[in-house]
Design a binder for this molecule. Structure first.
Ligand code: SF4
Length: 213
């Protein structure tokens, strides 16, 4: 990235952070992983249980193993076979954990957090239940506004996610959302968090690198 691209990126991220703060989210920008991981570990102090959403971003940063090393009890449903009772129980435990760590499908420069979910454990845990929530996103997920957020999900994030899950949904073949009625559909709930949920300490951490879908 040259200095002009860096300047452009900084404006985008800083605008998102400022608008999120106006909406009472505790938002921060990070230019390197070390600072981001320190921020997350600092906020994990005192948390005995840590829930982890189904997110590539959090795993790519090594956050799960970092939390385990720190002695936390991890609720990570990816450790179980989908549909098994243990997997369902794990998703339920995420709803009441001390700290929930997730990514998002999109963060807007107008200060919103946007997601589409299949089950809802992620978006439910983000809004009420866990004592603290940290949303970690790479720069690739910051978009201009709500329309751009939904477009990002429908033309990029959801089709790739469906592909990664080996779903038999039309988007796997068309590379864009067809608003399907497939029983394997992964987009069953749309969530826009417009302002900080009343009773949830919700932090947003944006890092200046591409992460996740
Ligand atoms: S609604 Fe269906 S077609 Fe659209 S992205 Fe989701 S799974 Fe794919």
């Amino acid at each position: 990235m040259d200095s002009f691209q860096e300047q452009h990126l900084n404006i985008i991220i800083e605008t998102a952070v400022q608008e999120l703060r106006k909406h009472r989210f505790d938002a921060h920008a990070f230019s390197d992983r070390d600072a981001l991981l320190k921020f997350i570990m600092d906020h994990a102090t005192g948390a005995e249980t840590v829930g982890v959403a189904g997110t590539h971003t959090v795993r790519a940063l090594g956050i799960v193993s970092m939390m385990e090393t720190a002695g936390k009890t991890i609720f990570d449903h990816w450790r179980f076979k989908p549909g098994d009772p243990e997997e369902l129980a794990c998703r339920r435990k995420q709803l009441t954990c001390d700290l929930f760590i997730t990514s998002a499908n999109a963060i807007t420069m107008t200060g919103e957090i946007v997601n589409k979910d299949g089950c809802g454990n992620r978006i439910n845990s983000m809004t009420f239940g866990p004592k603290k929530v940290i949303v970690v996103v790479g720069k690739n997920k910051v978009v201009s506004d709500l329309d751009a957020a939904l477009t990002r999900i429908e033309e990029f994030a959801a089709p790739i996610r469906a592909t990664s899950l080996n779903r038999k949904t039309p988007c796997v073949k068309t590379a864009q959302c067809m608003d399907c009625d497939s029983p394997e559909r992964i987009c069953n709930i749309t969530s826009i968090i417009h302002r900080k949920p009343m009773m949830t300490d919700l932090k947003v951490a944006i890092i200046s690198e591409d992460l996740g879908y």
